[in-house]
Design a protein. Structure first.
Length: 193
């Protein structure tokens, strides 16, 4: 007689999965059966895969009398030249990039007490990439470890589309990365030394 009510179906399923839990012997037998079935399935899949690999992509086993003298020739890839970023002399640092680094650092230093993060970010917006502005949104301006910039920006690495600029503060020395974007030079990151 079929089970027609949902309560009856649930009771039948519950009886099936509870059966192994009624005694330690049943539980052990169930675990052993599951392990044996998993091992048999794994073994069967391994045999099927090995037969498929031996026969090639068609799934047909290789003919035992086929000649193995004609091994496929290895495919040689052309050599790839080493990729090294092109650097320029420090004297070729664009003045606009150095100016952006200076203006960014002046806006970055710790603002007056009580300045909201939104106000601090508004001061950085014109000199920072949108992506990096999103990173800076998680910074509390009261925790910035410098109150002012001392000295002038100095390029330490110059590439055609980026400049790394060193700026000394009354706290740490900053290494500011300025990149050339569609909107002009913008700060894309900094590090402290």
């Amino acid at each position: 007689m079929p089970i027609r009510s949902p309560h009856g179906r649930a009771a039948a399923y519950r009886a099936l999965w509870q059966w192994p839990l009624r005694s330690p012997r049943r539980l052990g037998a169930t675990v052993l059966l599951v392990v044996v079935l998993a091992g048999a399935a794994s073994y069967g899949i391994g045999i099927a895969t090995a037969g498929w690999r031996a026969g090639g992509s068609s799934g047909v086993a290789a003919h035992p009398t086929a000649s193995t003298d004609a091994a496929p020739a290895p495919t040689a890839l052309p050599p790839v030249p080493a990729l090294e970023p092109r650097t320029l002399p420090l004297s070729q640092a664009p003045p606009a990039a150095l100016d952006v680094a200076r203006r960014w650092a002046r806006a970055w230093v710790r603002p007056a007490p009580g300045t909201a993060t939104g106000q601090w970010l508004a001061g950085l917006r014109s000199t920072t990439t949108d992506e990096y502005l999103g990173v800076l949104a998680g910074v509390d301006p009261a925790n910035v470890p410098a109150a002012r910039i001392v000295g002038t920006p100095r390029p330490v690495r110059v590439s055609p589309h980026s400049v790394q600029v060193q700026l000394q503060t009354d706290g740490p020395t900053l290494l500011v990365l300025v990149v050339d974007t569609e909107d002009g030079w913008r700060v894309a990151g900094y590090d402290r030394t």
